[in-house]
Design a protein around this ligand. Structure first.
Ligand code: PMP
Ligand code: GLN
Length: 380
């Protein structure tokens, strides 16, 4: 058949995990924890199944979970989202991203994407018939940041929406309130919508706060805000996430959602809701991951790898230019096959090859996994 996505291959996350397995490398590539979730959460899902929560929930998601999310968002971001009409449960963030894009992008619309960009964004825009307009992040003194002037220069009459992601995968950059203020200035007096991917909202380090678009009333009124329980509760395989959006945007989102997945598995939703009610796990997540980040960074501080800043997420990017001239993909492959530690080339987050020498490691791993990997990396 004539491919709708001729340039797309199997994602780098799958291919690197497969390579890691083949070579029995320690997998710091694909982002997922190698430890289990809180057993109380599993018990909570088990109880939900035993209590008979096994048939379709309402199309937008189980009411108790939507209410628990509304309560959390209000406490953290001082934003009011109505559980009935402004919160929808999705099959992970990936489905929320795709459904938001399908709901708002018309054929020929331009969608601004900041690069490096999570790998699902661009193919999803293309499937909707949209035109991705790429804005490269500034990369100076080994630090990534958004060049808002460059972004503003890419806006046209065809711009339908802007995709943003903070804390940012893969760079670990986080938005400040100044970033949100700049963005607000840019979109004021336009009809441009925002899709804000905030799946790492609970992983922000060094005493800083996550600045959710939800906390910025002016931006929130034009935004789909997306999060994922997979990241927050160490259950990436459960594929449960959600989207917050004002009523009119949620109505459009649900028109697509009902024919996309209709709804998401019931017992996980009920189990997560009860767990959220009784535990404040998300409030401890930043400290939990900061400790892992520091183990990783301290061990490589005197190595040939140059560490980029990591203000949030569970990813650490490093510059390897003092070690090798290889391309990022070649270097990540070499690390996996010869050193026994899998990583992701940052080039996988760009459409066009850059001259950077950067790879991304995931530090959402047990201390013993990290130590074993670090021992190998320190020998380079
Ligand atoms: N957005 C970003 C930035 C991510 O890193 C991920 C997970 N790797 C997703 C979306 C997808 O999340 P989920 O697994 O909940 O679909
Ligand atoms: N989001 C994860 C990462 O960036 C991977 C998700 C996936 O495998 N699609 O590593």
């Amino acid at each position: 058949i004539e491919s709708k996505l001729p340039a797309v291959k199997t994602t780098i996350f799958s291919s690197m995990s497969q390579l890691a397995q083949q070579h029995q490398a320690i997998n710091l590539g694909q982002g997922f924890p190698d430890f289990d979730c809180d057993p109380t959460l599993i018990e909570s899902v088990h109880q939900a199944m035993l209590a008979g929560h096994n048939q379709y929930p309402p199309m937008p998601g189980t009411p108790v979970l939507r209410q628990a999310i509304a309560t959390k968002v209000s406490a953290l971001y001082h934003a009011h989202y109505d559980a009935d009409s402004e919160i929808t449960i999705t099959a992970g963030a990936t489905q929320a991203i795709m459904t938001s894009i399908l709901a708002c992008v018309h054929p020929g619309d331009e969608v601004i994407v900041i690069e490096p960009a999570y790998d699902s964004y661009i193919p999803t825009i293309q499937l909707a018939g949209g035109i991705p307009v790429l804005v490269g992040m500034r990369f100076e003194d080994n630090r990534f940041s958004v060049d808002w002037d460059l972004l503003a220069s890419k806006i046209s009459l065809k711009t339908r929406c802007i995709l943003i992601n903070s804390p940012h995968n893969p760079t670990g950059m986080t938005f400040s309130t100044a970033d949100l203020a700049r963005l607000a200035n840019i979109v004021r007096d336009t009809k441009i919508l925002l899709i804000s991917d905030e799946v790492y909202e609970h992983m922000v380090f060094d005493g800083n706060q996550h600045h959710s678009v939800a906390s910025h009333a002016e931006l929130a009124q034009r935004s789909f805000i997306i999060s994922s329980f997979g990241k927050t509760y160490h259950v990436t395989g459960w594929k449960v996430g959600y989207v917050l959006a004002p009523k009119s945007l949620t109505a459009e989102f649900r028109k697509v959602h009902q024919f996309n997945v209709f709804t998401v598995n019931t017992p996980m939703q009920v189990g997560i809701a009860h767990f959220m009610h009784d535990h404040r796990h998300h409030l401890q997540l930043s400290d939990f991951y900061q400790e892992k980040r520091d183990v990783f960074r301290n061990a490589l501080a005197n190595s040939k790898f140059k560490l980029l800043p990591c203000d949030g997420t569970y990813f650490q990017c490093v510059d390897y230019s003092a070690i090798s001239d290889r391309s990022e993909l070649e270097f990540a492959t070499w690390l996996t096959t010869e050193i026994g530690v899998a990583a992701i080339p940052v080039s996988a987050f760009y459409q066009e090859q850059k001259q950077n020498k950067l790879v991304r490691f995931c530090f959402a791993k047990k201390t013993e996994t990290l130590n074993a990997a670090l021992k190998r990396l320190q020998q380079i």
